[in-house]
Design a protein around this ligand. Structure first.
Ligand code: GLA
Length: 331
């Protein structure tokens, strides 16, 4: 945080206070946008930043990337953005219930806000009226559920020896919808609902998925073949690692994630692992398009659509190279 703070001080020093008594402040010449993410170390968010930077370079605005891992840091970051002369920001918040505080803080500084990935929830428990881009969570979950069933059938797993290991994060709507979609489609395809074994994740990363996976495995030590799903690649990879850690072979595990970049690293390994496939979602759309929408909102006064839900594409170890290339995600 040392650099942005320094930049903030310099910005104030150079331009002088906003209310200098000379009438309306001059219209800023260059647009400056913040892009705040909840887990800056994760490939998904690194990629959102990468594509947001491309938008900044291509469209000609300044981008301030901020890792905001808790509420305090989010609020400090908004103050700092305002001091640096930003006019708006895109955010994946560390907690969707911070929505009202984020909007209130942005309003005091006159900053525009758009959420990405995780949609703000108001005090009434409903989604807030803030422009949002997220994934079509339930539909993507269903794609995972159908693919799990197809692959277990292809491998000849018997239902009586198979279980679904499902780390869950029900307090985050986009996560709950994804895992509910998985179960809906799997059960609709004939998988017994009583062989769905869930455990809540404390964190939405690989260790969080692994801890949840280990809880499931301890409770169901008799299961011989595992299907694994979850809210993202990290959750599924955590579950898969927990199962592999108990000596099961990749041939007995069908893990299907949601994301793409974590799975890609796994697919690039020489030997197949329990992570069989993923549904590729688009960090390009979530990073580039959200920044572009914010830019046009600031520059032209055109507000972004209320909500945009992006789609996904199933890809396996065999198809990922072609699919990612087609999506421009290989550089
Ligand atoms: C959430 C998850 C991320 C990613 C995005 C996609 O924020 O934590 O890993 O799946 O959704 O919108």
């Amino acid at each position: 945080m040392r650099l942005p703070l320094l930049a903030a001080l310099l910005a104030v020093g150079v331009t002088g206070p906003a209310c200098s008594g000379t009438g309306a402040p001059a219209k800023p010449e260059r647009v400056k946008i913040g892009f705040l993410v909840k887990q800056p170390e994760e490939p998904w968010f690194q990629n959102e930043w990468r594509f947001a930077s491309k938008a900044a370079a291509g469209l000609g605005f300044d981008l301030v990337k901020i890792g905001a891992v808790d509420g305090e840091r989010v609020l400090t970051a908004i103050d700092s953005l305002s001091a640096q002369g930003a006019q708006g920001f895109v955010i994946c918040t560390p907690d969707v219930r911070l929505g009202p505080a984020i909007v209130a803080k942005a309003r005091t500084h006159g900053l525009k806000v758009m959420s990405v990935d995780d949609q703000f929830v108001g005090a009434d428990g409903k989604f807030m009226d803030v422009p949002h881009m997220g994934i079509s969570a339930r539909e993507i979950g269903r794609v995972v559920g159908r693919a799990l069933h197809e692959e277990m059938t292809r491998r000849g797993f018997r239902t009586a020896e198979t279980g679904l290991c499902l780390p869950t994060r029900d307090e985050l709507d986009t996560a709950r919808e994804r895992t509910e979609g998985v179960v809906e489609a799997l059960v609709a395809a004939g998988f017994p609902a009583d062989r769905v074994y869930k455990a809540p994740q404390k964190t939405t990363d690989v260790p969080g998925g692994m801890d949840a996976g280990n809880i499931v495995l301890t409770q169901h030590a008799d299961v011989k073949k595992w299907l694994v799903a979850g809210m993202n690649d990290e959750a599924v990879l955590g579950g898969v690692r927990a199962i592999e850690g108990r000596g099961l072979k990749p041939a007995d595990i069908v893990g299907i994630g949601i994301g793409g970049d974590v799975a890609r690293v796994e697919f690039e390994r020489g030997q197949p692992t329990g992570l069989y496939a993923t549904v590729l979602i688009s960090p390009r759309r979530h990073g580039y398009e959200t920044s572009e929408l914010m830019f046009k909102w600031i520059r032209d006064g055109v507000a972004p659509p209320a909500a945009t839900y992006t789609t996904g594409l199933l890809m396996t170890r065999d198809t990922f190279k072609a699919v990612m290339q087609e999506q421009g995600l290989t550089e």
